[in-house]
Design a protein around this ligand. Structure first.
Ligand code: SF4
Length: 382
């Protein structure tokens, strides 16, 4: 196992159900609820089957994602949480996140979630414009979005994240600014914001292929990201990862641990796990997953990571973060020295003001963050 895997670990639980399919989404989920209860039982069984995967490391973070975990009933959530507590030790002050949509997060559900120890909510709001929400086929409206954040605070939640989408065709920078300001007015501790990408197997992908929809151009998308950074930084949010902003000390511990190369277990259909040396990928098919778990077998494939994979993954994730890539780690763990590998390119990036190196840490500048993935892939080892 790699030396820079630190103590403590994360658990990701994938709930593959949604009320309806958002037109842009290519995550793994089903809108057919008939299998839900039996699949929850299977996920609970997988938690028990995988109890040794993390070598006894206590769970520092637990993340229920999806899909839409807030769709689960209290009994279903109890079953999953009980399986976690029965099979893993939990670190002191764990971060326990649940992703939810405003249409599910009623006052009663929020009170229940808080009472069972969920201490971080990640709410899929995406926009406060009802016409936009409808065009994305979201199941909530602006009133529900604002109401659920107020209700969550009243229920006791002190760590709330809001998801927003920019670069939506037909939206101007003024429209986008309006969404950002409405978000800030709710003062969530954390904001994640991703550019709309048109994925082939989605409704938007189909419309784009048929010529009924056109993605916005890259410059407009970049100007919306710039607007987001300017407004959020002015409101005391730090951009600690290209798409993630937080008030001081409210970075997502779970996601930060992925980016810091810590080990994690993912359970449920389509979930991934990482033990420091290899990745496991669970099957993305509810029925086959169910059948396999009923035979006490986790349906996954394994990929052993090569030295090159590890270097490239480290570059790709760390360069997106404010803590940057530690060149000492790359030298000592992987015998990869940037001076021998890509120094000419690094000097070009420095002269263009896209990166800065200080105390062995390579960080992207504000300007460089707009090109994070391109810069990382240019540095990749092949
Ligand atoms: S965006 Fe969220 S709620 Fe919408 S289909 Fe995807 S996973 Fe489900």
């Amino acid at each position: 196992m790699s030396k820079f895997v630190l103590d403590m670990a994360g658990l990701y639980i994938h709930i593959p159900f949604c009320k309806q399919a958002c037109y842009y989404c290519d995550f793994f989920f089903s809108t057919r609820q008939e299998q839900r209860t039996v699949l929850v039982k299977a996920i609970s069984s997988e938690i028990a089957l995988q109890k040794n995967y993390l070598n006894g490391e206590p769970l520092e973070t637990i993340y229920l994602g999806g899909g839409t975990p807030s769709i689960l009933s209290q009994e279903e959530l109890d079953e999953i949480l009980n399986a976690v507590y029965a099979n893993f030790s939990i670190a002191e002050s764990p971060e326990i996140t649940l992703e939810g949509n405003p249409d599910d997060l009623t006052k009663e559900k929020l009170d229940y979630l808080f009472s069972v120890g969920i201490n971080r909510l990640s709410v899929g709001i995406q926009s406060f414009d009802n016409a936009v929400l409808k065009s994305l086929n979201r199941a909530h409206d602006n009133r529900m979005a604002r109401g659920c954040i107020d209700d969550a605070k009243n229920a006791g939640f002190k760590n709330i994240s809001v998801d927003l989408i920019y670069a939506i065709p037909g939206r101007s920078n003024d429209d986008w600014e309006n969404d950002i300001n409405k978000t800030i007015a709710l003062s969530p501790q954390h904001i994640s914001s991703y550019s709309l990408t048109i994925e082939e197997k989605t409704v938007f992908g189909k419309w784009t292929k048929q010529g009924k929809m056109k993605p916005i151009d890259d410059d407009l998308a970049a100007s919306q990201l710039a607007l987001l950074i300017d407004i959020l930084e002015g409101a005391n949010y730090e951009q600690y990862e290209v798409s993630n902003f937080s008030q001081p000390s409210f970075q997502s511990r779970h996601n930060s641990n992925y980016w810091k190369n810590k080990i994690y277990l993912g359970v449920g259909p389509s979930a991934h796990s990482y033990d420091g040396a290899s990745r496991q990928y669970n099957l993305s098919n509810n029925s086959l997953y169910l059948r396999s778990i009923q035979q006490e077998k986790v349906p996954s494939t394994m990929e052993v990571l090569s030295r090159e994979d590890k270097i490239n993954e480290y570059l790709l994730t760390s360069l997106r973060t404010s803590w940057g890539a530690d060149l000492k780690i790359l030298r000592e763990q992987y015998s990869w020295d940037i001076i021998n590998e890509n120094w000419d390119y690094v000097q070009i990036l420095q002269s263009k003001g896209l990166i800065a190196i200080e105390d062995n840490i390579l960080r992207l500048t504000r300007q460089g963050r707009f090109l994070a993935d391109k810069i990382a892939s240019d540095l990749f080892v092949t």
